[in-house]
Design a binder for this molecule. Structure first.
Ligand SMILES: Nc1ncnc2c1ncn2[C@@H]1O[C@H](COP(=O)(O)OP(=O)(O)O)[C@@H](O)[C@H]1O
Ligand SMILES: [Mg+2]
Length: 335
């Protein structure tokens, strides 16, 4: 008979249809018991349709029977909800004082830089009325699921994504919901999406300090918040307001600040031009009482890749530094 490790290793090769992440990474393997005669495997049913469960049953049968010495395999499903299965180490929300400063872009770049480091990453698009994550990642697939929840959609880099945009009949449909409904959608994304095992879940918040960011802060176990701003912002006041809400009212640490559209590199000379005025990074970091994690330049190639749904093809040295800084501040705040 194979060992438990060998069985688990084989189960890690079984990809769940609809999301294409493995049974083990989705944390669906609840128990493996090996006796002289047979192997019993207990899987969680969370968000899996009946059809998917049947498919997985026969796939796991085939896979495990191929291991040497296996005679009998018994597979059953335990009724479980996604929230009982999910194991997320750090939940990081990206916030801004106002819209259009590149909050979703920073959320996307944070996820990409961490995924490239080999971490398991997901993005929860909590901007219910202005979702832009799927477009940036070029995702149009519809999430599958059952009565207990939804499977996220996987990006090309392997980032799990859930957004209201993926559930709307048409990508361009407007979501005109009132506060309570928006709050409900966000908590559903947290509780009813099968995220499985993740190192980082990045939450793209709607702009400002209104209802929706408040719901996220109240109902999600955030490790901390990243505040995004641009040099256009007239006062550090907007940042201070966001910081106040997070830190003082909700007791959530500010992990750091990111300045977007910091400067433009002139293609001919390589000279940095601060077209929106002098960088306010130091001032904002001070206002937030947190480190400056990144300064992202205005990059026409980045804008182009976002429009094309190809943000994952963006490379820049500063992204590596961003990932390093993020990992460091998260570790420092989780301790
Ligand atoms: N640093 C940048 N360089 C080039 N384009 C950018 C940059 N930051 C943002 N953009 C452009 O602005 C758009 C809006 O950014 P987005 O992240 O959606 O803003 P927000 O989420 O704060 O409303 C992006 O799709 C992108 O095209
Ligand atoms: Mg946005």
């Amino acid at each position: 008979m194979p060992t438990k490790e060998q069985v688990t290793e084989s189960l890690d090769e079984v990809l769940v249809p609809g999301v294409m992440r493995s049974l083990t990474k989705l944390n669906l393997v609840r128990q493996v018991a090996i006796s002289d005669e047979k192997i019993d495997i207990n899987l969680a049913s969370a968000a899996l349709s009946q059809e998917t469960q049947e498919w997985l049953k026969s796939k796991v049968q085939d896979t495990i029977r191929r291991l040497p010495g296996v005679k009998d395999v018994n597979i059953d499903f335990a009724e479980m909800k996604p929230k009982d299965v999910n194991e997320i180490k750090s939940v990081i929300a990206v916030m801004s004082g106002k819209g259009g400063v590149g909050k979703s872009l920073v959320a996307g770049l944070a996820a990409i830089s961490l995924a490239r480091r080999g971490f398991e990453v997901g993005i929860l698009d909590a901007d219910i009325t202005g979702p832009s994550i799927p477009k940036m990642f070029g995702i149009t697939a519809r999430p599958t699921g059952s009565e207990t929840g939804f499977l996220p959609v996987l990006s090309r880099l392997g980032i799990e994504i859930m957004s209201i945009n993926l559930l709307l009949p048409h990508e361009d449909d407007a979501v005109i919901w009132r506060g309570p409904l928006i709050g409900k959608a966000i908590t559903q994304f947290w509780e009813e999406v099968l995220w499985g095992q993740l190192d980082y879940l990045i939450v793209d918040l709607p702009p400002g300090t209104a209802d929706a960011p408040l719901t996220v802060m109240q109902s999600l176990p955030l490790s901390g918040i990243i505040v995004v701003f641009s040099p256009q912002e007239l006062a550090a006041m907007v940042v201070r307001k966001a910081v106040k809400m997070a830190q003082e009212a909700m007791h959530i640490p500010i992990l750091g600040v990111v300045e977007n559209m910091s400067y433009l590199v002139l293609p001919d000379t390589g000279k940095r031009l601060e077209i929106f005025g002098k960088s306010r990074a130091e001032e904002m970091a001070k206002a937030a009482g947190a480190p400056l994690l990144a300064q992202i330049p205005i990059d026409p190639q980045l804008a182009h890749l976002c429009d094309e749904g190809d943000i994952e093809r963006y490379y820049s040295g500063s992204l590596d530094a961003f990932a390093d800084a993020l990992v460091k501040v998260v570790a420092a705040n989780v301790m």
